[in-house]
Design a protein around this ligand. Structure first.
Ligand SMILES: C[S@@+](CC[C@H](N)C(=O)[O-])C[C@H]1O[C@@H](n2cnc3c(N)ncnc32)[C@H](O)[C@@H]1O
Length: 238
């Protein structure tokens, strides 16, 4: 089956409607990912069918719990090869997206993808969450912060919550069985001005359980946070 048709069908199975042009952008992104993966470490998953589900559909699964089909300012922390930020921008073009990663080589790749796919209102920035979260042009400037596979929820909350506006949302993409991790992180979330709204566990396919944790920003984050680079990972708030 043709690659764009496969993607359109799989997206439809997950109640996501894409246009032919969007499907072509996803296929181009896949090709660039596989090509660049030969010279740098971007993804352990390379099979097209697996990339569709485990990277693309997983990134878009947020639509189950949050309306991303609107003009929101979104930041993706520790985006790596662009997940979930690039699939979100392709599928929901009204979003304005900022991608952050501490590895410059990955940011260079992301800029190549943005340019090749002709995406607009999306920027890739090289930096650490701990530094950019203190920068007034990013701090408390986003409606939505997303992050997948970067750190435990306590550390991640210190990276992410400072970027979110009051009444905005931080959504963490996790595997299932997150109850204990969530309980451990609740105090940190509270200290940072967040409040766990809900979490949703679901299956992407028969052997891939996933969870999305929604954390609402209810108060301004104290200027004490994020702490200096490295500290949130070394000594997670508890
Ligand atoms: C395992 S990868 C996950 C990438 C992508 N989010 C995904 O789901 O495929 C984690 C990424 O987070 C980045 N990262 C880790 N700590 C970071 C920090 N403090 N600030 C910014 N990026 C960070 C790493 O450079 C890496 O690209």
């Amino acid at each position: 089956m043709d690659n764009t048709k496969k993607l359109l069908d799989e997206a439809r199975n997950h109640h996501i409607e894409l246009t032919q042009e969007q499907a072509e952008q996803f296929v181009k992104y896949y090709e660039m990912l596989i090509e660049k993966n030969k010279v740098m470490n971007l993804t352990a998953i390379t099979d097209y069918d697996e990339v569709i589900v485990k990277h693309f559909i997983d990134s878009l699964s947020i639509i189950k719990v949050y309306n991303v089909n609107q003009a929101l300012k979104v930041i993706d922390i520790g985006t790596g090869a662009g997940f979930p930020g690039i699939p979100l921008k392709i599928a929901f073009p009204k979003l304005t997206v900022t991608l952050i990663d501490s590895l410059n080589k990955r940011v260079t790749f992301l800029n190549e993808v943005i340019s090749e796919l002709g995406l607009t209102d999306i920027h890739a920035i090289h930096g650490r969450a701990e530094d950019l979260g203190r920068d007034s042009s990013h701090r408390e400037k986003y409606d939505l912060c997303v992050s997948r596979a970067v750190s435990n929820l306590s550390t991640l909350s210190e990276y992410c919550i400072p970027f979110v506006k009051i009444n905005g949302m931080f959504i963490s993409y996790k595997g299932i069985n997150i109850k204990e991790e969530l309980d451990t992180a609740k105090k940190a979330i509270n200290i940072l001005g967040g409040k766990v709204k809900t979490f949703d566990e679901f299956s992407l396919n028969e052997n891939m359980g996933r969870a999305l944790i929604l954390i609402e920003k209810v108060e301004k984050t104290s200027m004490k946070y994020p702490r200096l680079a490295g500290k949130p990972a070394k000594e997670p708030l508890q």
